[in-house]
Write a protein that binds this ligand. Structure first.
Ligand code: GLU
Length: 408
């Protein structure tokens, strides 16, 4: 994982993007970069290292004005972590820039083809290949940026969350997703783009989460336009109103996020419990589906699916649930679950645990459980994350950012 942040509107983009990148640090990364459009051209800074290194580099090297910008934290997959391989990446003409989370698997053959057509590459990344493919399509087909991105993405195999900006069309950012998460925050005359909602939560709680294979044209003064990448069909954005507490993602008086998490966990759990008593005798709704409530309350078996630390939390839950509720509990490693044809019925309750709410194996286990008719309850930390959205109901751990994961 790693992160992307973007802004287009009337505020200074720089502080929003910098703060946003800091909030996404929990996702892990090795380099960071930012590009700002100042009304005439792009000012870009990037570096191997931390967001604070990027901050230093930006503040000494580039003008920081501009109401449009994109920022990135990279977790290198193609090319070592260094300044040149960091994002954003320019296209050969210098008109397009891109930030990308994910992997373009067939980048090598596309790179060869583009090289034959005269393209050159500064970095070793798959991402720079993608932005030049978009440029080539745009020129050759003589289409607008959104259409060029859509055509290019149909030629790539892999996973991505991308944001693309064209200096010649500075009132819009084109974003698309397959596999990696991407959220769009909708404000008044402004839009935010990020890997999760935490970078923009103090500005707006109206969020659209792109589905896999969707592309959005985020244009100032217009509604968001959504399209299916595969066939260019129009899709309709579902705007969600997030309940999010800014304090949860700030360190406050604590020196470290891990300390904050440790100290706040008891009250977070108590608050969750209090909420449970108030809402539907036991369940905090995340996905808003409660017709299966009886199933949840009367189940004869609970299956817990999780990975890593969350799996260990599941083992503790097994002791507690069996001891107090006398309901048999099985704790499964999510990455193995779908490969061994497990017995799941529509009488089962599956509890999926994941701090980030994006753990791919846990998401796959949730899908399998839902296909078999089980009622799936999610426990995660990141508000509005994929697991929060894919489960029937659930609870947030309210553990703050995942910079120091102390416990679940
Ligand atoms: N594959 C891209 C690269 O290596 C993006 C990696 C990421 O997700 O940060 O630059």
């Amino acid at each position: 994982m790693c992160g992307i942040v973007g802004y287009i509107g009337f505020r200074d983009a720089y502080p929003i993007i910098m703060k946003g990148l800091q909030r996404l640090e929990y996702r892990g990364y090795d380099s960071a970069g930012i590009a700002l459009y100042d009304g005439n051209g792009i000012n870009l800074a990037k570096t191997r290292g931390k967001v604070k290194d990027l901050q230093e580099r930006s503040e000494t090297n580039i003008p920081l004005n501009g109401n449009v910008g994109i920022g990135h934290t990279r977790w290198a997959t193609h090319g070592v972590p260094n300044d040149v391989n960091s994002h954003p990446h320019y296209s050969n003409s210098g008109n397009l820039i891109i930030i990308h989370n994910g992997i373009i698997e067939n980048y090598e053959s596309i790179k060869q083809e583009l090289t034959k057509r005269g393209y050159t590459f500064e970095s070793d990344t798959d991402t720079e290949v993608l932005i030049n493919l978009i440029e080539e399509v745009k020129k050759k087909e003589n289409v607008l940026l959104g259409k060029a991105v859509q055509i290019a993405l149909n030629q790539v195999v892999g996973a991505y969350a991308i944001a693309v900006f064209d200096v010649q069309k500075p009132d819009e950012i084109v974003v698309a997703k397959l596999g990696s998460p991407l959220a769009i925050g909708i404000g008044e005359d402004e839009f935010f783009i990020a890997s999760d909602a935490s970078p923009f939560i103090e500005f707006t709680n109206k969020t659209v989460y792109l589905e896999d294979q969707e592309l959005a044209i985020v244009r100032l003064g217009k509604e968001i336009k959504l399209r299916k990448i595969e066939n260019d069909a129009i899709a309709y954005p579902m705007v969600q109103e997030l309940q999010f507490n800014l304090e949860e993602i700030e360190k406050g008086m604590y020196d470290h996020f891990m300390l904050k998490e440790i100290y706040e966990q008891p009250s977070a759990i108590k608050d969750t419990y209090r909420g449970r008593l108030l809402v539907d005798q036991g369940i905090i709704k995340m996905a808003g589906i409660d017709q299966n409530l009886e199933k949840f309350l009367n189940t004869n078996r609970i299956i817990i699916v999780a990975c890593g630390t969350s799996w260990h939390a599941g083992l503790v839950a097994e002791y507690i649930f069996e001891d107090l509720a006398r309901i048999p509990v099985e704790v499964e490693y999510a990455s193995e679950f779908r490969y061994r044809n497990p017995v799941i019925t529509d009488k089962d309750v599956v509890i999926a645990i994941s701090q980030s709410g994006e753990t791919a194996d846990t998401l796959a286990a949730i899908k399998l459980a839902k296909d078999k008719g089980a009622y799936v309850f999610g426990v995660c930390n990141v508000v509005g994350s994929s697991i929060a959205r894919e489960t029937h109901a659930g609870a947030y751990t309210h553990a703050g950012p995942e910079i120091g994961v102390a416990s679940t």
